[in-house]
Design a protein around this ligand. Sequence first.
Ligand code: ADP
Length: 776
Amino acid sequence: MTGETYSLPMVALRGLTILPEEVRHFDVSREKSLQAIEEAVKNGQKLFVSAQKDLEIEEPGAEDVYLVGCVVTIRQVVKLPKKMSRVLVSGEVRASLVRMDSETPYLQATVVELPDDEVVSGEREEDDPMNREAMIRGLQDVFKEYLLKNPKLSKELGMQVESIHDLKYLTDVIAANMPFSFEDAQELLEETNVMRRYELLVYKIVNEIQAQKVKEEIQSKVKERVDKNQREYILREELKVIREELGDDNTMSDADEFQQAADALKASKEVKEKLNKEIKRFRNSMNSPAETGVIRTYIETMLEMPWDKTCKEHKDIAFARQVLDEDHYGLEKVKERVLEYLAVRALTKKGEAPIICLVGPPGTGKTSIAKSLSRALKKPYVRISLGGVRDEAEIRGHRKTYVGAMPGRIANGMKQAGVKNPLMLLDEIDKVSNDYKGDTFSALLEVLDGEQNNKFVDHYLEVPMDLSEVLFITTANSLQTIPRPLLDRMEVIEVTSYTENEKLHIAQEHLIPKQIEKHGLKADQLTISKNAIWKMARNYTKEAGVRQLERKIGDICRKSAMEILEKKKKSIHVTERNMEHYLGKELYSYQMANEEDEVGIVRGLAWTSVGGDTLQIEVNMMPGEGEILLTGQLGDVMKESARTGISYIRSVSKEHDITDDFFKKHDIHIHIPEGAVPKDGPSAGITMATAIMSAVTGRKVRADLAMTGEITLRGRVLPIGGLKEKLLAAKNAGMKTVLVPAKNERDVEEISTEITKGLEIKFVTHMNEVLKEALV
Ligand code: ADP
């Protein structure tokens, strides 16, 4: 199907294709074009326009233009300066150049209209009205999406497009209004098939949208990057200003100060080199406040360490003795041992003398001895509590790479002391334990080992520190949990529990005056009678040392101070009778001897962390199948003692007229009541065996008799420890006779008569003797 053919003036367009339905203006300057327009205006305003293939050609002929162009109507011609005109045209219909009629004085061409190719067979999908509607909507939606991203295109256009229901017209309108390149427009112009033109258009618009999205993404990324740099720059500038405002603009001079201090520091070359390096890093880190902070802390710590600073060593043993005597009552042996140690230390080279370990129950003056020793030697005193330390890093420090890293306790202690030869008390060394985070003990070993500790390296400080001149003193409640290698480094000095008489003296001579002063009282304002002190020690406290006693005295002082102020009392006298007023009800009463002899109940003696205690062992026999039941506060060692006791008794059952199948037909139940303080240890062996024998034979046990001793399978009695505390407990409980292993005889001789007086101590070597004494 071909359209009308006619001859029209023609203009070749450069970089522009005009589509039907397009309204558009373009500028014309070429003489030929100007004349063609003039001619067209004269003859019905129609003009044929076609795009030039090569933009550079000045005088294009038929072969230099696209054959397919557009017939347009000229709407307006505006003359511009320099012989130029601006022409407003509207595209009418596609047309193809048939031939060039003339090329001068302007182009005149014969063209043939290209009608739209719309197949109306009804067989194709697009011809279905439903499909057409869907296609129209699809194109409208795509165009709307495009409009959203391109608000420059008018809103009216959107509305106009909404109202079009003809697919061909819609395609043309949208194509005419899209800002396509002239190549794209040319493609659309040449496509006479409406369906294909539709597809081409949708494809081009979607492409356009996609390209725009990519462009936006890139733009926003670029913007983000620019913003971030900008932000950092601004923040840094602000920081600078804030620093200036605060008068804190001295990061530079801090570094100089550090350098000065480092130069003046008395320390090894290694330390100084490390410091210089860090100061350099500090200078270079000024733009990163987090890093600056970390380095600053490190440098400050390093500068505070007593690398080569020492205090004078006082070696006056007589003065030391005087100080120790002044501060402590009793403890003769301990003081003597400490003074001996000082004498040896004064004579030997540093690092050779072993380390003192004061072992004993809490409150017996271990810390206090260390403190007065520091006074005696005029050395700075630092106490490092090791109780509960499980992590090696607590001793040796965290590596600097950790967030919030710190030096370990030893390095910290040295910093506190301020000299490299202080007295350092490592308190409760027996309470240290290992966990998965490394070996706490080996770290301690390194600290205490005279061969290694001149080069102790804290993980945080990273440079070796000399600990060889430190006077280490350690304390422990018991030696059991201290590993052997560590124990070997130490000279153990035992501090034992106090008797009531000693407690009385300590209270009168030390604790009471100390507490009175501490509470701002005067000596004549508060007096505490001797009996009151005794009562306090016996019924208000239960301990080997005097810590609780001191606290109770403190309580009395506080209450007295209040009464003196409030009730205007002149002075207060605390006696046994008005004690309750100051301390409330009695807290403890000793488990006294049973009134009567009984079957299956025996009084044993135990050593616990708070001193000695008596423990009553009960055994019951019941018909059964030979089971052994153990209940109460029994540790593993006690359980083994119980089994050993039973085996021994079974082995001697004939001698005691026990029938062969007795143990098969009876269950044995062993119980230890009253277990506030856990007790363990082998020393209840003979006690349990006696109780079992009593239960089995039905013979009663003496109520006023207590015993202690380990038992072997053959019934031999082995020696035990903690005799002093145990005898003390027996005496307090009102016992008359105590059975003690014969091997402990020498220990008894050392115990003061204050304790042994009134107690009948019988030495035993074998269970036979025990049973003879105990069973009635
Ligand atoms: P530990 O370190 O053995 O647990 P402390 O040294 O802390 O015990 O002693 C507790 C309190 O008892 C301290 O105030 C201490 O001065 C005092 N103290 C202990 N024993 C005596 C003593 N023999 N003479 C004077 N005061 C003592």
